[in-house]
Design a protein. Structure first.
Length: 191
């Protein structure tokens, strides 16, 4: 049990690296201080719960998968799509299996199950979580564009094209038509 707890604690520290690792695609777009992988995963989980609720799925399951969808990047980092033309990363399920090796079985099964379901797209919740990943990227691109970064349109276009659910597509359309701070105006006006 002591060894399992030591490995589990190590996993918790490892996942903490995601707070320091930046999303590399934004560097290509010229964003000087892009969001971290953890920042992305947090909003992705919230978006996944929203999409799943709108689609009649289990919001908690969709959010849960989203929390683990990029944890492998603590080992392989966030490889930009350009880099993927030349580098072949191990499958996420394989990286996850290494990450959870030696932790309590109940934790290993929980994490591996979430990653496997997400990667295999075997449920409505997995589809919602994958849509959330793309929608979060689109929303982040809109925010960066509003901050003056001009090279983000390819991220908007590819994210929009990848969406599967009707709810994610409607949310994307609204995000593209709405400024990122319009909600503040509504709150201040008492709407």
């Amino acid at each position: 049990m002591a060894e399992e707890l030591s490995r589990l604690t190590g996993l918790l520290y490892e996942v903490g690296l995601l707070k320091r690792y930046k999303r590399t695609g934004w560097l290509v777009a010229g964003v000087r201080d892009p969001e971290s992988v953890a920042d992305h995963s947090f909003r992705t989980a919230i978006i996944a719960s929203v999409i799943a609720a709108l689609e009649g799925g289990d919001p908690e399951r969709a959010a849960f998968m989203s929390l683990f969808h990029d944890t492998q990047e603590s080992r392989i980092t966030d490889i930009h799509h350009l880099g993927r033309l030349y580098l072949k990363a191990a499958p996420n399920e394989e990286v996850t299996a290494d990450q959870v090796r030696g932790v309590p079985a109940v934790v290993a099964e929980m994490v591996s199950g979430a990653v496997g379901e997400y990667e295999q797209k075997t449920s409505l919740e997995a589809v919602c979580a994958r849509d959330a990943d793309k929608l979060e990227c689109l929303i982040q691109a809109v925010e960066y564009r509003e901050q003056g970064y001009q090279n983000v349109q390819p991220w908007i276009d590819s994210s929009l094209a990848a969406l599967k659910t009707a709810s994610a597509k409607r949310l994307a359309d609204e995000a593209l038509a709405t400024g990122s701070l319009e909600w503040v105006k509504r709150v201040l006006n008492g709407d």
